[in-house]
Design a protein. Sequence first.
Length: 429
Amino acid sequence: METSVKNISDTKVKVTITLDTERLAIAEQVAVTKLAHDVKVPGFRKGKTPVAVAAKNIDPQVLQDKILDNAISKAVADAFLENKIQALDRPMVEVKKYVPGETLEFTAETEILPKIKLGNYKKLKITKEKISIETTEVDEVIERMRKGLAEKKEVKRAAKNGDETVIDFIGKKDGVAFDGGTGNDYPLTLGSNQFVPGFEEGVIGHKVGDVFDIELTFPADYGSAELKGAKVTFTTTLKAINEIVLPEINDEFAAKVGPFKTVSDLKADIKRELTSQKEHESNEKIKDDLVSQLVAISEVPVPEILITDQMKSIEQDFINNLMYQGLSIEQYLENNGFESKEKWLETEVRLVAEKRVKAGLVLAELSKAEKVEATTAELDAHVEAYRQQYAKNPEALKQFEQPEVRRDIANRLLTEKTVDLLVELNNKK
């Protein structure tokens, strides 16, 4: 077998392979043996016909097709292994010359895992943020706790800011009800800015039993193309008004929300939690920044097939998230001004995909350079952590028995260890 390799680009090669008589004879033997199982010859049971007898009864064209298939498959595998070619897709084969039993020449073209040239990954810049917690941040947390323990008292007076109301409403544009503009027994806290600007203000001053119209204009940047800047009328019925009574901030309140004796203890605990949260966010940002820096100073050719695969994954995840929000991809495209799905894919999605692929290739190369490995014990611990997370979901637990899921977790673990090493190497300066 003779082979020659031509690099079409940093991510694609074309291998020319020529096979001689010996290789073709072996391919023919394999072909005849495989086809003999399906040949029917009088006097023999199917699958029990001697190979020599079966060979005389095989359709010549079927035999030649099988010989070609066997010869090409074996030759490509051997050639790629010999030349250390890491193919990312099934090669595109083109037969140039074939003389049965004598010679076969063909080319195999495919995208390959590119060579990555890492920049100096030990001299990156770490920018650490100064962690500080403002008094207002602690107060915001306490305010949310107060609302969680608030009492609701039904009142007969007119509604005012801060009240929780229960309403029915029908929104109409040009006298016609529009999608998403109708609600029944809807709880609305006045001042929460939950509705279109002007709506909550229109409820203030009304009493239970009042039926009234609220006329307003949707913002020019509203999410729905149909309602951007539209003038609408909401016919509203006020069914209940509840005054929200917040508990006082005292030691008794602190004891209710947790194992605290005083308000000072509660505030100290909140500050610790906020500090821990900000430190985690800061560390994650440092990791992202370091990976972005490394990508920027490295030579990273990107195979198109990896971008395409990543785009498909991003697209599916995005559509699933939209579904959870009650939206369709068509609505998203319209609301955000995309001419078509293809335009969205080639702009917004492709940029994200390229960034992810480059980061993945660079980190994979770094893990090889620094010989980063994940031990069996570490992998078992990670798998067990996932199992604990899905302990109440029997169907999800079954997935962890599949080899491909374990491989996926192993890859994530290796990436995590590599990024941690990148941080460690640049923290030594």
